[in-house]
Design a protein around this ligand. Sequence first.
Ligand code: CMP
Length: 140
Amino acid sequence: MAVQRTFSIIKPDATKRNLTGKIIAKFEDAGLRVVASKRIQMSQAQAEGFYAVHKERPFFGELVEFMISEPVVVQVLEGEDAIAKNREVMGATNPADAAEGTIRKDFALSIGENSVHGSDAPETAAEEIKYFSSDDELVG
Ligand code: CMP
């Protein structure tokens, strides 16, 4: 597998509880490098656009409200097989199903307040990176 880039968000439940460093340590311990990072307050329009694929889902409103409730940290992670590796480090979407040692097992509060987002495929990774980062922010 080649070196890839993937997009990550440290979500409001985690920034609120001061877990940013502990979460980044899990990425780095897994061999993922943070090549771009910024703490932002997401706007409603940004959150609705980012999660547009879920707009017909019953939890869409709740998801958008949650994502704008506190600052988030948006990052680009790079490494060998980074998309799959990040998903492994995050654990299952629902923390009740997440494996031991994963971010969601250790930190997530619920399926909604699940501490992190990570891209699920190369196409979405490219789109999500572009959505939040300009080329000059990807500093390696
Ligand atoms: P994420 O990887 O950010 O992508 C979509 C998000 O929707 C997902 O993580 C969850 O946080 C959220 N989500 C999925 N299912 C539910 C649900 N049943 N209730 C609330 N939020 C959900």
